[in-house]
Design a protein around this ligand. Structure first.
Ligand code: NAD
Length: 260
């Protein structure tokens, strides 16, 4: 379905980003990966799906590096048709103890990076398809884009912000073939959440399994993690013709978290 298209997925060396990149590659899209850590493993996993893959290690907290990544992607594959703003970090502390440097980093990586990548991707998307436009911008927000949790001020502020950015991007392009939507996962067992499970197990001197049950039990009625594969399938839907008129939604995959 996406043969000939190019998808750039930020923060795709692990977790949800890698899951979404694989799902888009399975539909035939060429992929530009980004993120820290090992890139060779993820590159191999994507190449095995029979598409072209490139990697750029831009630090998403730095606008100049985001610009370099967008230029690199266009040079590799012509243009970016699908942009998935996924890179994100977490920091957990009460507001009065929240390190200012961590606040700035969470806002830069989880919110401002999406603004920069979006502003740089839009002109080519708007010009595509003989000027009628074609493009898909998918923002990986969170259920924390819809509800709050204590000790996550920067993350909740950034995720509410990206849900707002999603709506404005969708509205400004509503008469074109460029859509923008957000995905709002509940708990997904990735390195980002494993750190929170480990911290809970250490703080309570309890097993990892019990810490996991407590984490899910507090917020997620299904008592199940959402998987990167499920989130990848939702991203594929947004990219499909059935998604042509889905504009500005914030779509939960949260096991009932926000329904409470
Ligand atoms: P993860 O830690 O597995 O992946 C994060 C990715 O972002 C990695 O590839 C990492 O290298 C990259 N990254 C971090 N800082 C970066 C930077 N400065 N520049 C470039 N890349 C950077 O985490 P994940 O759980 O897969 O999270 C992905 C997205 O999903 C985040 O936006 C997160 O907020 C969101 N999310 C996660 C959950 C969850 O339960 N795991 C729930 C809701 C939303």
């Amino acid at each position: 379905m996406l043969k000939g298209k190019t998808a750039l997925v930020t923060g795709s060396t692990s977790g949800i980003g890698l899951g979404i990149a694989k799902a888009l590659a399975a539909q035939g899209a060429n992929i530009v990966l980004n993120g820290f850590g090992d890139a060779e493993g993820p590159k191999g996993e994507i190449a095995a799906l029979g598409v072209k893959v490139a990697y750029h290690g831009a630090d998403m907290s730095k606008p100049a590096e985001i610009e370099a990544m967008m230029t690199f992607a266009a040079a590799q594959f012509g243009q970016v048709d699908i942009l998935v703003n996924n890179a994100g970090i977490q920091h957990v502390a009460r507001i009065e103890n929240f390190p200012v440097e961590r606040w700035d980093a969470v806002l830069a990586i989880n919110l401002s990076s999406a603004f920069h990548a979006t502003r740089l991707a839009l002109p080519a998307m708007q010009a595509a398809n003989g000027g009628k436009g074609w493009g898909r911008i998918i923002n990986v927000a969170s259920v924390h884009g819809l509800v709050g949790s204590a000790e996550k001020s920067a993350y909740v502020a950034a995720k509410h912000g990206i849900v707002g950015l999603t709506k404005v991007t969708a509205l400004e392009n509503a008469t074109t073939g460029v859509t923008c939507n957000a995905i709002c996962p509940g708990w997904v067992l990735t390195p980002l959440v494993q750190k929170q499970v480990d911290a809970r197990a250490a703080a309570g001197a309890i097993s990892n399994q019990l810490a996991t049950q407590q984490l899910l039990g507090e917020k997620e009625p299904s008592m199940q993690f959402t998987t990167p594969e499920e989130l990848g399938a939702l991203a594929v839907f947004f990219c499909s013709p059935a998604g042509n008129n889905v504009r500005g939604v914030a779509w939960n995959m949260d096991g009932g978290w926000a329904a409470q």
